[in-house]
Ligand binder design. Structure first.
Ligand code: ATP
Length: 241
C-alpha cells in the first residue's frame, strides 16, 4: 500500500504546488488522479518517483510510505529498486535508439538475464508492435506506439506500482482505448497503478478509486463509479451540464 499524508510541496519561493495532500493506493488498486492544469498532478507523481528532489529549491513536507517504509527522502534509483516506476508525461523515449535498446535500458535493474527475458516476453505479448519493430529507431514510431514503448520500458523492471503521467495525451481515441485496455491488463497481472489523466472518461473507466485535485489538495475522493456519477465531475470533466 502506498500512503501519502499531509504532503506539501513548494517550488522555491513560489506558492505551494501541493498543500496537505492525502491519498492511498492499495497494492491491487488503480487510482486515477484528475484535475485541471496546474492542480499539482505532475508534482505529485514527481514526488512519488523521487525525481522532484533532483531539482533544486523544492521544499517537501509530509510523509509518503510504501508498505512500512518511508520513501519521501529516497532518491529515484532507490524508489525504482522498491518496485515503483514512473512513465513521465511526454513519453521521453530514447528517440535515436532502437525499440529493443529502449526496452533493454528499462531492464538494466533486473536481477538476472532470465528475469529480463521474461519481462521482455511479457512486454511483447502486451504490445506485439514492439516485437515487430524491435530494430527500428524509436523516434520513427507513431505517437501511440511511442507511448506503448514508454510503458513497455517501465514494465521491463517488473514494477509493483506503475506511475503513469497522462498516457492518453495527444493520442487518437482508438489508441486511447488501446492504452486503457493495456492498463487494465497490467493491473490484472498484479501491478498497482497511479494514473494521472486529463481524460477523465478514460481514467474513470480504468480506475477503481479516484481523486480530483484542485489547487494542490484533494477536492473529491471516492470509488471511480461514485466520482463518475458525481455532478461536479460530470460538469467539470465529463462534459455534462
Ligand atoms: P498540468 O496538467 O498542466 O501538467 P499539473 O496538475 O500536473 O498540471 P503541476 O505541473 O504539478 O500541475 O503544477 C502545480 C503548480 O506548481 C502550478 O502552479 C505550477 O505552475 C507549479 N510548478 C510546477 N513545476 C514548477 C517548477 N519547476 N517551478 C516552479 N513552479 C512549478
Amino acid at each position: 500500500m502506498l500512503t501519502v499524508r499531509n504532503l506539501r510541496v513548494r517550488y522555491g519561493r513560489s506558492v505551494a504546488a501541493l498543500h496537505g495532500l492525502d491519498l492511498d493506493v492499495p497494492d491491487d488498486g488503480v487510482l486515477a488522479v484528475l484535475g485541471s492544469n496546474g492542480a499539482g498532478k505532475s508534482t505529485l507523481l514527481r514526488t512519488l518517483s523521487g525525481t522532484l528532489r533532483m531539482h533544486r529549491g523544492e521544499v517537501v513536507e509530509g510523509e509518503v510510505r510504501y508498505g512500512d517504509r518511508r520513501i519521501d527522502r529516497l532518491d529515484p534509483a532507490a524508489i525504482v529498486g522498491l518496485g515503483i516506476v514512473g512513465v513521465p508525461e511526454g513519453r521521453q523515449i530514447f528517440a535515436r535508439m532502437s525499440v529493443d535498446e529502449n526496452l533493454r535500458a528499462g531492464g538494466i535493474g533486473a536481477r538476472s538475464a532470465a528475469e529480463r527475458a521474461e519481462a521482455k516476453q511479457r512486454v511483447h505479448e502486451l504490445f506485439p508492435v514492439l516485437a515487430e519493430r524491435a530494430g527500428q529507431r524509436a523516434g520513427l514510431l507513431s505517437g501511440g506506439e511511442q507511448q506503448m514503448l514508454a510503458i513497455g520500458r517501465a514494465l521491463m523492471s517488473s514494477p509493483r506500482l506503475l506511475l503513469l503521467d497522462e498516457p492518453s495525451l495527444g493520442l487518437a481515441p482508438k489508441i486511447v482505448e488501446r492504452i486503457a485496455a493495456t492498463i487494465r491488463e497490467i493491473h490484472a497481472q498484479g501491478t498497482a497503478v497511479v494514473l494521472v489523466e486529463q481524460n477523465a472518461v478514460m481514467a474513470l473507466a480504468v480506475a477503481d478509486t479516484a481523486v480530483v485535485l484542485e489547487v494542490g489538495s484533494v477536492a473529491l475522493a471516492g470509488s471511480a463509479a461514485e466520482l463518475a456519477g458525481s455532478e461536479e465531475v460530470q460538469r467539470l470533466y465529463l462534459g455534462g451540464h
